[in-house]
Design a binder for this molecule. Structure first.
Ligand code: CP3
Length: 343
């Protein structure tokens, strides 16, 4: 069937003169309406589990900017919480969790099929969105990749170099691999339910993929993504999947073929011209403007938008940032970017 939505066209391999566009973290603190709704919900996690308000913040950037895709408002750390981990957010610091220090902590977690009651509000958010989004807007569901989620579970917080997770990977490989396997299987069930509820595309965020090197990258970034994508496509034929192995560098080459992803999202450390030659040859890519341009704006924002559009113009492309838009971004700069992109 020929796709009619712009985002789905690019994911099906179509080259479009104006690429579809959305932004990572497009529902976020740079928007005053997001801050107001978050205050109404109480805190970030309460917002994630309040289906009406989570749907509302997902819709806010669509109303304001008319992006081609909406991404479900939730967080990659809800899955460990559904598996039984404690999770809270320290204001101004980020996530904190109970830690997985060894085999006993792993055993205490729930099974892959025991997450759905906890996740029911997230599935309800997806159902609301699939009713309320404009007909031209694609709904993206998502989860964290097993490695990235494991780094938070093992350290109990975000880390610069993921050292605790690497230490477990080499020092207690059995527990580490047990955790990766549990997360892989639970992610399949979680994403499958998002699709049942109305998600049209899924994206897997492997924000810390870049700290896996050599064989470890293949084992813990490529293999879990491949398994998740293969199983989701078996259950939901034709489901487009976006993979984001952030800071993979040279490992972006061949990543789509190795995992079965329809699109590889690129961070802004790779050059667009290089990525067009080496990654886009295999299919659709997403990215990859530097998020700081949404803070600084000006002529450089316009020039960079046009440069990236041009660099990827010979193949299927979804315009996005290389990472999330930051709280200090100027909402007006999003209009400037859209004007430069769409003309
Ligand atoms: O608009 C969207 O992109 C959809 C919702 C979304 C959020 N987080 C909301 C959020 C998505 C897709 C994510 C993914 C996510 N969450 C990732 C992968 C992408 C990436 O950023 O690398 C990671 C690593 C997380 C974990 C996480 N959540 C951290 C480390 C933090 C704290 C850092 C920060 O930006 O504050 C969060 C909080 C978070 N997740 C916020 C939002 C809008 C900010 C919370 C707030 O409102 O205070």
């Amino acid at each position: 069937m020929a796709e009619t939505k712009k985002l789905l066209k690019s994911l099906a391999g179509e080259v479009q003169e104006v690429p579809p566009v959305w932004l990572m973290r497009q529902a976020g603190r740079y928007l005053p309406e997001y801050r107001a709704t978050r205050a109404e919900a109480g805190d970030f996690l309460s917002l994630c589990y309040n289906s009406d308000l989570a749907a509302e913040v997902t819709l806010q950037p669509i109303r304001r900017y008319g992006f081609d895709a909406a991404i479900l408002f939730a967080d990659i750390l809800l899955l460990p919480q559904a598996l039984g981990a404690d999770l809270w957010f320290e204001t101004g610091e980020g996530p904190r969790m109970s830690t997985i220090g060894g085999a006993n902590d792993l055993k205490a977690l729930k099974g892959k099929d025991d997450i759905h009651e906890h996740m029911a509000p997230v599935y309800e958010t997806v159902r609301i969105l699939s009713r309320e989004l404009p007909s031209e807007t694609t709904l993206i569901g998502f989860a964290g990749a097993p490695w990235t989620v494991a780094t938070y579970m093992i350290a109990g917080r975000g880390t610069k170099d993921q050292a605790p997770a690497h230490a477990m990977r080499t020092g207690d490989t059995a527990t580490f691999e047990g955790l990766i396997d549990l997360l892989t299987d639970a992610t399949i069930e979680y994403l499958s339910q998002q699709v049942e509820a109305g998600a049209e595309v899924i994206k897997i965020f492997d924000s810390w993929a870049g700290s896996l090197k050599g064989e470890a990258f293949d084992k813990y970034a490529v293999e879990p993504a491949k398994k998740i994508i293969a199983e989701l496509k078996a259950r939901h034929p034709g489901l487009p999947c976006i993979a984001f192995p952030r800071e993979a560098g040279d490992k972006y080459i061949g990543f789509a073929n190795a995992t079965g992803a329809d699109c590889v999202a690129l961070d802004n450390s790779v050059d667009a011209t290089w990525a067009a030659q080496n990654v886009q040859v295999d299919g659709c890519v997403q990215g990859n403007m530097a998020p700081n341009l949404m803070v600084t704006g000006g002529q450089e924002l316009i020039d960079e938008t046009k440069r990236i559009k041009e660099a990827f113009s010979k193949g299927p492309h979804i315009f996005n940032l290389g990472h999330g838009i930051t709280p200090d971004a100027d909402p007006e700069n999003v209009h400037v970017m859209l004007e430069a992109l769409r003309g």
